[in-house]
Design a protein around this ligand. Structure first.
Ligand code: FES
Length: 92
């Protein structure tokens, strides 16, 4: 799907308990894409899958949960040890 230009300064965070390799400077959404993960949540009304679309904080399709809070994964810098989970279904 997406390929990194470099693999320097890698570290690991988890997504739903699975190790995800990230590089310094990447957002959580970019790291998930680079690891082949594009669907981050399902909608409440239709169970349609949603994933990052705009990558600039405008569409809110990239929502994930971190420490019990719902955040935009395209705006969240990936950090070593971060525990990220799929967001609970949201109304459209
Ligand atoms: S991808 Fe659109 S807000 Fe994150």
């Amino acid at each position: 799907m997406f390929k990194r230009l470099h693999d320097d300064n890698t570290f690991v965070f988890t997504f739903d308990g699975t190790d995800i390799q990230a590089c310094k400077g990447e957002t959580v959404a970019a790291a998930l894409f680079a690891n082949g993960i594009a669907a981050l949540r399902k909608t409440h009304t239709s169970s349609s899958q949603r994933g990052p679309f705009c990558m600039m904080g405008a569409c809110y399709d990239c929502l994930v949960e971190v420490d019990g809070k719902t955040v935009q994964s395209c705006m969240l810098p990936a950090q070593p040890g971060l525990q990220v989970n799929r967001a609970k279904a949201q109304d459209e």
